[in-house]
Design a binder for this molecule. Structure first.
Ligand SMILES: [Zn+2]
Length: 254
């Protein structure tokens, strides 16, 4: 039976925050109080040892999405570091929801890229100004998004998640002034629009909390240290496996 996955983006100040429940202030308190609440891990991430030592604190900051387009800056997030007594490897503990190795959290990236890609009046400059970051940062997010996954792989995941043949609604990239862009950048925008649309369809099919960029990627990455928009982006995980245990479906296999 054919159906339709609704993939309406929830972006723009008028629709409010979709990230912060119950509030930014609660999130801020939870993140800034994490040092006191954190428990020493009972097992090493890298070897079977159970001898883990505290090994200092890393002070982080993060920007999250607020009620409007402007990102909300949260300073002084103390993340304890631990070290294995056996293999001597170290890692950093983070409060739930705080992405590794990124300042702007994925809720901000999802909102900013959706506004840039799908709202005709937006450009890199005014999206950057609204968020409170450089226009090049927004541009980097769009490039990262475009290379994040193969649209065909994402579509397969959407079809399996929906459990039926469906038509994923694709949002076309909004047109931009001809003299303000190149054919190459238009291609990047087109591809980023496809990836964002399909991620949103996937998140909706799975019933996960929007924005799907955050919920789906969090599931794919599983807390690993890959959620950066600086590293050469790719999501080979989408090609190799499904997220929900049905096994690999892609022809190029696991
Ligand atoms: Zn170890």
């Amino acid at each position: 039976m054919a159906g339709l996955v609704s993939s309406g983006f929830r972006h723009g100040a008028s629709q409010g925050s979709v990230l912060l429940l119950p509030s930014i202030e609660n999130l801020k308190q939870r993140w800034q109080g994490f040092r006191d609440a954190a428990e020493r891990p009972s097992r090493c991430l890298f070897c079977p040892s159970g001898r883990i030592w505290w090994n200092g604190v890393r002070i982080r900051s993060a920007s999250v999405r607020g009620d409007g387009p402007a990102a909300v800056y949260i300073p002084d997030i103390a993340c304890p570091q631990v070290k294995c007594a056996r293999c001597r490897k170290c890692w950093t503990l983070r409060p739930e929801g705080l992405g590794a190795q990124r300042h702007y959290q994925l809720c901000v990236v999802a909102d900013a890229t959706a506004r840039y890609l799908f709202e005709p009046e937006q450009c890199l400059d005014n999206v950057g100004q609204a968020v409170g970051c450089d226009r090049r940062t927004v541009g980097r997010w769009v490039e990262w998004l475009a290379a994040l996954a193969e649209p065909a792989d994402l579509l397969r995941h959407v079809l399996h998640a929906a459990g039926a043949p469906i038509v994923a609604r694709m949002h076309p990239a909004a047109p931009v002034a001809r003299n303000a862009t190149s054919a190459a950048w238009q291609a990047v925008r087109h591809r980023a629009s496809q990836v964002l649309s399909l991620l949103e369809a996937l998140g909706a099919a799975l019933g996960w909390e929007p924005p799907a960029l955050r919920s789906v990627l969090s599931a794919v990455w599983g807390g690993r240290y890959r959620a950066t928009t600086y590293a050469r982006p790719s999501l080979p995980d989408f090609a190799r496996r499904l997220l929900w245990g049905l096994g690999p479906v892609c022809p190029h296999g696991p």
